[in-house]
Write a protein that binds this ligand. Sequence first.
Ligand code: HEM
Length: 147
Amino acid sequence: MANQRAFTLSQISQHKSNKNCWLVINGRVLDVTKFLEEHPGGEEVILEVAGKDATMEFDAIGHSKAAQSLVLKYQVGVLEGATVEKVDDDNNVVVEKESKSKEMSAFVIKDDPSSKTATFLEFFIPVVFACVYFGYRVITVGDAVDY
Ligand code: HEM
């Protein structure tokens, strides 16, 4: 599991050289020192945002899904106060079981006894009317038949 230690922006701003380079992307604090030389976009662009929140710059490039997954590899913590989405190994956002059940509760039909009575009446009243109507028809049609 990725490191969840919380850092403030002022702590992160202490790491902005090519020997010690941190930045924030989507609330994740990344130590990208070892990645600088490997970065396909060059180390200069990263050094320009070193020690800062680089989410806007990162998103503006339209980094591939592979690049977004690579971000997780360099995570050393989270930005204090930020909400970080949990992701699985394929970088898909993981929906927490707790929040799932909260969403689902909107669709749960409460076990309310008064709603059971209402359902029963909704079914029973039309049946009674149908029986009365057919009974009436049988009697009146029977009367009308001329033997
Ligand atoms: C840990 C953070 C980062 C990772 C893992 C990363 C990864 C990558 C990768 C894999 C590519 C190749 C293209 C792609 O697959 O999208 C790329 C390209 C690039 N990245 Fe990053 N990147 C990071 C941060 C940044 C930041 C903060 C900036 C800008 C301030 C930036 C600017 C660029 C640019 C300009 C390119 C070249 C795009 C092109 O040639 O079309 N990257 N990056």
